[in-house]
Design a protein around this ligand. Structure first.
Ligand code: MG
Length: 97
């Protein structure tokens, strides 16, 4: 089974992982999620940057030791960054409401 569609950059597998993470985060955080109208853009930026920081952490010496690329953890954190960014877009564009 192939997940690549001709001409598209992101695979269905990656998009599905982003969707699953965005849904998981929304269900976990409820009224405090990125989709909450109680959140401001400053809150959303803080959430997104926190996730970016976790990507950076995975690349530090402390997280994995020298010259080790924690691929699975890096993928997980990058999906979380993408999910939070996409959820912010969803909020701004009025989707999922
Ligand atoms: Mg994270």
């Amino acid at each position: 089974m192939t997940y690549q569609t001709a001409g598209l950059v992101l695979s269905e597998l990656t998009l599905a992982a982003i969707q699953a993470e965005a849904t998981r985060a929304h269900l976990k955080h409820g009224e405090h999620s990125m989709l909450s109208p109680k959140r401001g853009d400053g809150d959303r930026l803080a959430i997104l940057v926190e996730e970016v920081g976790e990507v950076a952490h995975e690349l530090t010496y402390d997280a994995s030791g020298p010259l080790v690329c924690p691929r699975d953890e890096l993928v997980r954190e990058l999906i979380q960054v993408a999910a939070m960014a996409a959820t912010w877009v969803e909020y701004l564009e009025g989707g999922a409401r």
